[in-house]
Ligand binder design. Structure first.
Ligand SMILES: [Zn+2]
Length: 501
């Protein structure tokens, strides 16, 4: 069959009659292909992670019901990606009349031009095969989208040239919806579409009627309509005209990844991390993901706009870049991000959320730093719940301090850390191998220091000088210098100050 693909209308008719080529409305086509996949136990939406038990079954039901449907969800919940993935349920290709803007079925053309051609050429009419990717049309709704954009317009020049009446459909210039005929039409952010355009869409869904500049044209289009919207916009009164809402068979809610591991899988799939000799420790990946989880729960961040999965994706790319920069400067070949690199990647965070009033007062950078610290603390607890941290915390409590910064080479960081008794041992409890290359060991040490800081077991300056969790002594209000409790000289690794103060 594949070898003898019909190339004329006559051959196509014979192939359809013989059951070698399927001919069916698009919603039946999608449904039948879905049924085949389900029977074969094949993956339905490759690359869509974390929705297997929630969103995917509802989409399957909507398709089995032959519904037009809408995905409701906050930004960065893979809504557009799911809609695009629907093309995978279309046939590889379908037969169309060549040159037809609305991909007419050669056996039942809608437009006057194709009808005339079929009449004139009969079974000799050539056939064009249209691929599935050409059958997906997507539009981001904005308030300035017009009827002409979506549905079409009467072309007066074409009318004048051909001597046709304006009401003749040969004078039509088709918009996006008719051009999606026999395919899938996706509208993102549906509530942003003006009311009268929603009415136009409704008429198409309901009756196959298109009204252009007062000329009624009957165009029974065959389209699977799918939409996406933010739930806040969608449920706000008056944003979607009720008859259109009524015609959308299923309303499916998307969500952010429910588990850290699902979120990490999405981030790993989407982020650009293939940059040569790169090792990203699991605890760094977890902390990055946890930043997004904490941001979504943070009172200072606007819940309605949400925190997109693009946050951890951009963040891990920037974290890796900071590590890459350090490796280049230090002449290291293996690039290993550290927890402190997350703080250097604030530019990938602060633009990804809207602040509530309280957050505005605190400032975006501070809000982001607080969130990172909370995220690191959470992940650290998971790794070190049963570890004995006292030896290291006591070293700081006895006045030790340690100066690190994000450009420090792995060897130098390990040299400085050697003076902190128990620190290196503790670092290996993160699960990294004892024979791991220095950048990985350095990253684990950094994790311990940042974990202790997140749990307030030590403190550090914004310049990454770690010291005791006790607040540094300051001159008393009366200007009397308070005596330090012990005056002994303490190790001050790589530090700028010589004495504990
Ligand atoms: Zn046509």
């Amino acid at each position: 069959m594949a070898s003898a693909r019909p190339s004329t209308l006559g051959e196509l008719r014979a192939a359809v009659d013989g059951g070698r080529v399927k001919r069916r409305p698009v919603r039946d086509e999608v449904r039948e292909n879905l049924v085949t996949r389900l029977r074969a136990g094949q993956a339905l939406f490759p690359g869509i992670i974390g929705y297997d038990d929630t969103v995917v079954p509802q989409i399957v039901n909507a398709i089995l019901s032959r519904h037009n449907f809408i995905l409701l969800g906050l930004r960065g919940q893979a809504k557009s990606r799911i809609l695009r993935a629907l093309t995978g349920l279309l046939d590889d290709e379908i037969a169309v009349v060549p040159g037809c803007e609305i991909h007419d079925d050669p056996q039942a053309p809608l437009c006057a031009g194709c009808r005339a051609r079929v009449k004139a050429e009969g079974d000799a009419l050539p056939i064009r095969w249209l691929s599935r990717d050409e059958r997906y049309v997507e539009k981001l709704a904005t308030p300035d989208v017009t009827i002409a954009d979506m549905i079409g317009d009467v072309d007066p020049i074409r009318a004048a040239r051909s001597g046709l009446d304006l009401a003749d459909e040969l004078t039509m210039h088709y918009g996006l919806v008719p051009r999606a005929n026999r395919g899938i039409f996706a509208i993102n952010e549906l509530p942003d579409l003006a009311g009268k355009i929603q009415v136009g869409l409704f008429n198409i869904l309901q009756e196959g009627d298109v009204q252009i500049k007062g000329y009624p044209i009957r165009l029974p289009l065959d389209v699977l309509m799918v939409f996406s919207a933010n739930p806040e916009d969608y449920t706000a009164r008056g944003k979607i005209i009720t008859p259109l809402k009524d015609r959308i068979g299923s309303e499916i809610r998307t969500h952010y990844p429910a588990t850290r591991s699902a979120a990490m899988a999405i981030t790993a799939q989407e982020a650009w991390l293939q940059r040569g000799d790169v090792v990203i420790p699991e605890f760094v990946r977890e902390a990055i993901e946890e930043v997004a989880f904490q941001a979504r729960a943070d009172q200072k961040i606007d819940k309605r706009s949400g925190v997109s999965q693009r946050l951890p994706i951009s963040l891990i790319e920037n974290v890796l870049s900071n590590a890459e920069r350090r490796a280049l400067l230090a002449g290291e070949t293996t690039v290993v991000p550290r927890i402190t690199d997350i703080y250097a990647a604030l530019p990938a965070i602060t633009g990804k959320f809207e602040l509530e009033y309280e957050g505005e007062l605190r400032g975006a950078d501070n809000v982001a730093r607080d969130i990172i610290r909370g995220a690191v603390g959470n992940v650290f607890t998971g790794y070190y719940a049963n570890a004995d941290l006292r030896q290291v915390t006591e070293w700081f409590d006895l006045g030790g301090n340690l100066q690190i910064d994000d450009t420090l080479s792995a060897d130098e960081l390990m040299t400085r850390a050697r003076d902190v008794q128990g620190l290196r041992e503790l670092a290996f409890e993160s699960g990294i191998d004892r024979k791991a290359p220095p950048p990985l060991v350095a990253s684990a040490i950094d994790f311990v220091l940042e974990g202790l800081y997140a749990q307030k077991k030590n403190s550090r300056s914004d310049e990454f000088q770690y010291q005791s969790a006790e607040p540094p002594r300051r001159p008393s209000p009366r200007g009397v210098q308070t005596e330090p409790t012990f005056e002994r000289e303490m190790p001050n690794v790589g530090g700028k100050k010589k004495y504990y103060n």
